[in-house]
Design a protein around this ligand. Structure first.
Ligand SMILES: [Zn+2]
Length: 360
């Protein structure tokens, strides 16, 4: 089954949940973030030396599907009941999960299985530096977004200035009080090498070869991991949003920085070469189109532009209100139509990535 999730022109709250996935990798350092997507990585291992891996697997299930019964965890991971019991007890001791009495069901054979819940006391910070703002979110296990704080900037922030803003924003957060911050996930509108953790280039920010995760970690004192914002978006939609339960997901994320894309095929994140994201924003949609900063012309990112829509609709429309403005149909329908024709073409091309491998 294929689902197309678009977040064009909307603030990408699902990205926050993806940022939690990245930050969660810091709980179990061996567990690579995107491994949580891979079905064959979701099988437990009985070898005691891989206890940490198994903790990560069980926590991932609770994060994604919780509350979940111990019996279901046993079934999904292929681990035996007593191993699951020990792993859940350890996660509870670490304050990452808690258990409650099983739901009341008619008496059946065997003991009813307790429910394992994600802890409400553990959070990660999701950080998104963009060309016109720096945003930080407080995200809990289970993908709950507790709080979002945003500071607009007159011009694209530098890595250093974004961190100054970040420190200030984090100090002002209210929902981190009494909660444990386990790490920071950085959603970057650019190319991030997930292995070296360096930002290779974030063109709209003007950042080139920046070790941003290390800088943020030093400044705030928490472990930090960076990834492309659209890759995080597709993971979040796959786990918690429109793509839940689907094997193939195409995700487009529109922000002030342009259009990014993420693709999941057969439950695997398509990383592309050198772990860089699917650059769906640079799919050709108009052969007579506008010159793009990538060097070509007529890319989806240049033909569908939130800045141009703002120009047509007027600066008084906030980004969050665009959906309502479209729905009200009392604005320039032509602008609406033009933007969406190219968008439809771009989305159509993007879906071919997955349909070619799943149909037939
Ligand atoms: Zn381009």
């Amino acid at each position: 089954m294929l689902v197309v999730a678009t977040n064009i022109f909307r603030r990408a709250s699902p990205v926050n949940a993806g940022q939690f996935v990245v930050a969660c990798a810091t709980i179990a350092p061996e567990a690579h973030v995107t491994e949580t997507l891979l079905r064959d990585e979701r099988q437990g291992n009985r070898n005691e030396s891989t206890r940490q891996h198994n903790l990560s697997v069980v926590l991932s299930y609770v994060h994604e599907k919780g509350p979940i019964t111990r019996a279901e965890l046993t079934r999904q991971t292929n681990l035996n009941r007593s191993t699951i019991g020990a792993l859940v007890a350890e996660l509870a001791q670490l304050g990452l999960v808690y258990e409650s009495a099983p739901p009341s069901v008619k008496r059946s054979v065997g003991r009813p299985s307790p429910l394992v819940h994600p802890s409400n006391d553990v959070v990660a910070l999701g950080v998104n530096p963009d060309i016109d703002a720096v945003q930080v979110s407080v995200v809990g296990l289970g993908g709950v977004v507790h709080e979002v704080a945003r500071r607009a900037t007159r011009e694209p922030p530098t890595p250093e200035s974004s961190i100054e803003i970040l420190i200030d924003l984090v100090h002002g957060l209210e929902t981190t009080r009494g909660r444990r911050i386990v790490g920071i996930g950085l959603a970057i509108p650019g190319l991030v090498n997930e292995y070296t953790q360096r930002i290779r280039i974030a063109p709209n920010l003007g950042w080139v070869d920046v070790d941003y995760a290390a800088m943020v970690s030093r400044a705030l004192g928490y472990p930090a991991r960076a990834a492309n914002d659209a890759n995080l978006g597709v993971i979040a939609e796959y786990m918690f949003g429109a793509g839940r339960g689907c094997d193939n997901v195409v995700y487009l994320n529109g922000s002030s920085s342009g259009i990014g894309g993420g693709v999941v095929v057969d439950s695997r994140l398509v990383r592309g070469s050198r772990s860089f994201a699917a650059e769906l924003g640079h799919t050709l949609v108009n052969s007579n189109g506008i010159a793009c900063q990538c060097g070509r012309s007529g890319c989806l990112e240049t033909e569908v532009s939130v800045r141009r829509i703002w120009k047509l609709l007027g600066d008084d429309v906030a980004l969050d209100e665009l959906d309502d403005v479209y729905a009200s149909q009392d604005r320039d329908e032509l602008a609406h139509e033009l933007a969406h024709q190219w968008l439809a073409l771009g989305v159509g091309s993007a879906t071919n990535i997955t349909t070619s491998s799943t149909n037939g």
